[in-house]
Design a protein around this ligand. Sequence first.
Ligand SMILES: Nc1nc2c(ncn2[C@@H]2O[C@H](COP(=O)(O)OP(=O)(O)OP(=O)(O)O)[C@@H](O)[C@H]2O)c(=O)[nH]1
Length: 811
Amino acid sequence: MIQTRNREGGREGGRKRKRRGKEIALSDSAQQRKKEDFSKRKLVGIPQELFSRASQVESLDLQVNQLKHVSLISKLTNLKELFLSWNELSEFPREVGELSSLEVLYLNQNRMGNVPTGVFSRLQNLRRLNLSTNQLSELPTDLGKCRKLAYLNISSNRLSNLQVLVGLQGLRELCVDHNRLVELPAELFLGTVLTTFKAVGNPLRKPPEEVCVGGVKDIQSYFSQLGAGLREERARRVKAMFLGSSMAGKSTLCRSLKEGQAVGVAVEDRTVGIDISEVERDGVQLLFWDFAGHEEYYLTHHVFITPQALVILTINLARCVRVGWHSGGSTWARDSEVVGLIPSIADPTSFKDMVSFWMNNVMMRVPDSVVLPVGTHADQCTESEIQEKEKDIGKNIREMLEERQSKLQSRISNIKDKDDPTPFSEQLHRLYHLADLNIKVLDLLPLDCTKSEEIMKLQEHILKHVQNKELFPNVESTLPRSYQVVESSIRNLMKNKDFPKHGIVGIDDLRKRCSDLEELAREDWQCILRYLHRIGIVMWYEEIEGVRDKVFTKPSFLITLFKTVVRHDLVKCLEDLPQNILQKVNGLGRYRKMWANELKGKSTLRNTAIAALVRRSLMQLDLAREDSFVKEIAGSRQREGELVCLLRHFDICLPIKLSSPLNPQAQEFDPRMRWSPSSAQTLYDPDGGYLFPGYLKDTVTVMKMWGVDRDDDLRVNVYFLPEIPYGVFHRLIIRACLLYSKYWLGKDCFLLGYDTTLVLLRQNSDKNQDEYIQIRCRERESKRETKREERENKHVCVRERERDKERRERE
Ligand SMILES: Nc1nc2c(ncn2[C@@H]2O[C@H](COP(=O)(O)OP(=O)(O)OP(=O)(O)O)[C@@H](O)[C@H]2O)c(=O)[nH]1
């Protein structure tokens, strides 16, 4: 998606760019530095005119040209800043090594394969160096002599060793994303002034990537614990995520793998949300995450689909029927009924629903994954059918991947062909990165899940692949012993009778309970907890205000909570709420119908309805004995419940006022500020409720308000490659509505009202199957329209009268 601009051509964040800009501006004014700007001129050599005033030039900008060599640059003896980004340099310009006054050197986005040793020995004043997006596999040993170097960007290269950087005492910012690093030198972090370190996209084992994403503090803690004389341990662990459409056989596979033999699953025993199980085989710990295939659950899946996992894409072979090829890739249809070019997600036999929807989701969320397609129900197909389907699915997936690559490449060329590609450098970097991260799809394995020997075949298959270091470089990681101790202490605690069955514990309480860890400093303990959170052993959302002091030691319980309000049969759950539960939340019997109708008609759930649903779930699990616990989860009149707090954070629901058509808590939008969910804190309204865009069914209200499209509407289309990820539009609804006081919502479209302006957003796909979000804007015509809008604003309000009546009845 086109969204970011980077004026400089480097790949630093906006803040840093600004800082650099400021630095330059300050030093400019102080020293009257002579600047020469020759950027974006399609130059193939340095302009000769420069040499007539060579000694005066202090800053030279040659970005975005076609330079293959840089000669005579050493004549600019007073040069302090040199920008050579976005050129065609395949060799490092050696003469640069003679520019002893140089403070800033940018050589990113070139094609250099190496930097010769000796160049940096004389660059003693160098403060900022950007060598990112080149093809470097080694760093010159003398780089470590640039004692003043404070910023170094060497991301998107082929580096596997950072030892030469040890000793750079002034280094504060270091970016090494997307290289081939397996280990990091501890000396780079311990006792240094490094404050920013980025290393995503490396096959890191020491420390593992889950530690590195926590930043310098977490890495320091990791190394100091490694160095504390405690034994280091090797952990071999892999998460296997079972994805695929409903009734494909995911639960059957998960449960059978756990038991080590074929286990039948009753058809009505549908997975709700996600099931988690864990087994150890051949010294590898396998965490199985079984994601429900029913559409309602896709909304929460993104919270749990994490990188570095093995994706087991489960396809019911008996359900797909081959009907021929066409460009849409929908090769399958039920009972020989040909589906449309873009088959509906609701068609469980379409190729899109069975394979490409999941593949696209995986490509978008975890694009460096390994996918193992497993064809279930092989016993219900003939040998030749299996072979044919196996071949077709493989071919279709390959075509999908090729199409994705070619789209990525064409977008890359589009940007590169622009006269000035620098504003798109961040986007280009992402495209390069996506093009690099080719998802690995293994051959389809057909299975009859009713046979134990077939289950064992799958187990062997999984173990063979996860032990392949090329496919899973991160399966093995080195951990300080304390990491293992904390993990096993928590596991042991969970076996204790007095440990809460739900597994939710206060963070300090948990630390106290792990008594064998007394010597571990609080900060180190938190770093370990963060690591355990990232690998999915516990959940600790320290960034969410309402739950930051809680640890969910049983992630499955968290998922159970999500299932309370995100489920395929929610209307029925509301209709079936027992009387005793209603009484607990001061509800009347007739509320069942009212709540069910509100959900069906407006996709809203009021607080009392949520409280009743949560209470019922907790009672079913025998966890409702402590009223205070139920209130913490479900909410009370004083405070928002932890469940909605989490759902809000993950953009699954939107707080709404049920009593008013307006949203008085809407944030004022400040374009200078970065918007984040936490900045959109809303006041808790005990009489309010939440809107779940995932349950929106039609577009009637929105389209009535909007009318027909007009030629003079202001219109912007935002295209997505290869399609709009599931749930993105829902999240857009939530984020946009938090900013506007008037909105009308529908399935796949919504309308925002501000002053006299209407803005329509809708997700579309055109005849070329390009998917995009369209933004249309127009002035409202008359006051009459405003009145009509208020009358029809039924998605965000129930009438005041109705609320009063309800209150009276309660009283
Ligand atoms: N004959 C046969 N039945 C299978 C096979 N695999 C699964 N089943 C049956 O298919 C049905 C659906 O399987 P599940 O494992 O519940 O499917 P799921 O993908 O988990 O479905 P959701 O929970 O809706 O996501 C169950 O009744 C299984 O026993 C197979 O290979 N052969």
